[in-house]
Ligand binder design. Structure first.
Ligand code: URA
Length: 219
């Protein structure tokens, strides 16, 4: 897998990452969602650099110019619910993308430290020969990314796969690296060292879904 850790190079991206991590600033839900969206825009821009381009001629009011334009048929798929602002950010740049949504959550049976990933809701167009962009803001264990990718298989075989995450744990990055083919790309804004015993990324930012949309009752 090609791993692109974008914050390894200094840019304005670091400002948005610092704000979603900061325990005072992240309490502003609207700012949190907007920052995740902005990070989605930046990751989408970085990803666009490896898409396929065709040269086209554009007529301006004063003449002609040729320009290389991306040609991929993109399907953006996000994991509910924390993936929604990240999805919006990607969609801000890939105007004509098709969209898929999938729900995946951790089900703790008895032991709070172990869980299985339950995939329930799934709405997806045909993926055959398309460019699948699978977005999950928090790449903690990597199990949701792998479980959702498996659930998408009946919808066709994409010709390219890009994974998009905001913050990952090294363990989650290693897990997806093992499970996905060599030609898959991971575009990630930051990689943290570890996970705690509940599977949260440390230092991470907390619960991305709760920060974006408010706390939920535990089931
Ligand atoms: N999901 C989150 O929202 N945060 C984490 O740290 C891990 C998974």
């Amino acid at each position: 897998m090609h791993i692109h850790n974008i914050s390894q190079q200094n840019s304005i991206l670091n400002t948005f990452i610092s704000e979603i991590r900061d325990k005072k600033i992240q309490k502003d839900n609207m700012r949190f969602r907007r920052n995740i969206e902005r990070i989605g825009e930046i990751l989408g821009y970085e990803m666009s650099k490896v898409l396929n381009f065709n040269t086209e001629n554009i007529e301006t009011p004063l003449g002609n110019c040729s320009i290389n334009l991306p040609k991929n048929d993109i399907v953006l798929c996000s994991i509910l619910r924390a993936g929604v602002p990240l999805h919006n950010g990607l969609l801000n740049y890939f105007d004509t993308a098709e969209n898929a949504f999938i729900s995946a959550y951790r089900h703790h049976k008895h032991d709070p430290e172990s869980f299985e990933i339950i995939v329930e809701y799934l709405a997806c167009p045909d993926l055959e020969n398309k460019t699948l962009v699978l977005a999950d803001p928090m790449l903690a264990t990597g199990q949701s990314m792998v479980a959702t990718f498996e659930a998408l298989k009946p919808f066709g075989t994409p010709k390219e796969v890009h994974l998009i995450s905001v913050i990952g744990a090294q363990e989650g990055v290693n897990f997806v690296d093992k499970h996905f083919d060599d030609n898959v790309h991971l575009w990630i804004a930051a990689v943290d060292k570890t996970l705690n015993d509940k599977g949260y990324i440390i230092p991470g930012l907390g619960d991305a879904g709760d920060l974006a949309f408010g706390e939920k009752l535990q089931q």
